[in-house]
Design a protein around this ligand. Structure first.
Ligand SMILES: Nc1ncnc2c1ncn2[C@@H]1O[C@H](COP(=O)(O)OP(=O)(O)OP(=O)(O)O)[C@@H](O)[C@H]1O
Ligand SMILES: Nc1nc2c(ncn2[C@@H]2O[C@H](COP(=O)(O)O)[C@@H](O)[C@H]2O)c(=O)[nH]1
Length: 306
């Protein structure tokens, strides 16, 4: 029998580097699935459209285990029910298997359906460090006709933050007074730490002038606004990936490790609630995300015009 030619060392090194990159990319994709930064249906779609994608090379067992609230028992029952062998990779599924898995995902993780905007009151929410403040600042710069609400907060200013511009920085007694006088449209303790609230007066005044109003607030606040004003449009800002979100939080450098952990815990809860929102906007690029939000605002204004 002819001997196989030896694989040159350089090829072996390159191949093992590629394999390592693949494993890292699949691990990142699993983090995106478990935190709901990406929908499982879009990963399945990617796997079927591009045989060379990271999604295609992921084992179905790993894919299922990365989904929120799916343990080993559930995984095995799903594989048996859908007649999928545990060794299968997403890219190697047959048409029927892919269809069955897609149907199961749709039932277990209902896809998001955008809802048309109905009023000039727009809420921008999303996990910590996704870029809500940055996108809002860009809108302030490029669309001065949109009124950006300035919140009251009991947290201390960060370097560079100006009272009355970024927030109204108040103490606990003042925040209590605002609540007692019913001056807040909504308020909440955010990240289990400080209180934040939207002053009602400026919002009412801007709406009365026919302006579009943008509130940059957390999930609890968004829910309160929806309850008080059901026609408000709720926009949820998503990061391009979980790792990018962590990178942005660390890169901002304004929180210590304990506070970052607290914020990332809240981020998971907020991401799990994204389907409550009318629109999902991915903030991969600030200018593009800001324009998408402005378009929604313009659309709302048109629909709510008398
Ligand atoms: N599209 C983007 N690409 C890269 N970096 C971004 C992008 N958007 C925002 N950032 C950066 O991410 C960091 C967090 O942004 P920002 O403070 O606006 O987030 P946030 O959602 O308002 O956070 P929090 O809820 O914690 O206040 C900042 O350093 C900002 O410069
Ligand atoms: N419910 C409300 N949440 C608010 C308001 N203003 C800001 N926020 C949210 O707080 C966190 C943390 O903000 P940070 O400036 O300390 O990083 C962030 O998610 C904001 O959206 C508000 O008036 N009401």
């Amino acid at each position: 029998m002819a001997e196989r030619p030896a694989v040159p060392d350089v090829d072996r090194v390159a191949a093992s580097r590629r394999a390592l990159e693949r494993r890292r990319a699949r691990a990142a994709l699993k983090r995106d699935l478990s935190t709901r930064v990406v929908a499982p249906q879009s990963v399945l779609r990617q796997a079927s459209e591009d045989a060379d994608s990271d999604a295609a090379t992921m084992r179905v067992t790993d894919f299922l285990m990365a989904l929120p609230a799916i343990g080993a028992g559930k995984r095995d029952r799903v594989l048996a029910e859908l007649h999928i062998a545990p060794v299968k990779r997403l890219g190697g599924l047959g048409v029927r298997q892919r269809g069955a898995l897609g149907d199961w995902l749709d039932e277990r993780f209902p896809p998001h359906h955008p809802r048309p905007a109905r009023s000039r009151l727009l809420v921008l929410a999303g996990p910590t460090a996704v870029g809500k403040g940055t996108v809002a600042a860009r809108i302030r710069e490029t669309h001065p006709e949109i009124h950006l609400s300035v919140s009251a907060t009991t947290r201390a200013p960060r370097p560079g933050e100006v009272d009355g511009v970024h927030y109204y920085f108040v103490d606990d007694a003042e925040f209590d007074r605002l609540i007692a006088d019913e001056q807040l449209l909504e308020y909440a303790v955010v990240h289990n730490k400080h209180r934040y609230g939207t002053p009602r007066g400026p919002v009412d005044a801007a709406l009365a002038e026919g302006r579009t109003v943008l509130l940059e607030i957390d999930l609890q606040g968004a829910r309160q606004v929806r309850a008080a004003e059901p026609s408000a449009s709720l926009v949820f800002l998503l990061p391009p990936s979980w790792d990018e979100l962590v990178q942005r939080l660390v890169g901002r450098g304004t929180e210590d490790a304990e506070e970052r952990t607290r914020r990332l815990r809240t981020a998971r809860v907020e991401l799990a609630a994204q389907n409550e929102f009318d629109y999902l906007v991915v903030n991969a690029d600030v200018a593009t995300a800001a324009e998408e939000v402005v378009e929604l605002a313009t659309d709302s204004a048109r629909r709510s015009a008398p």
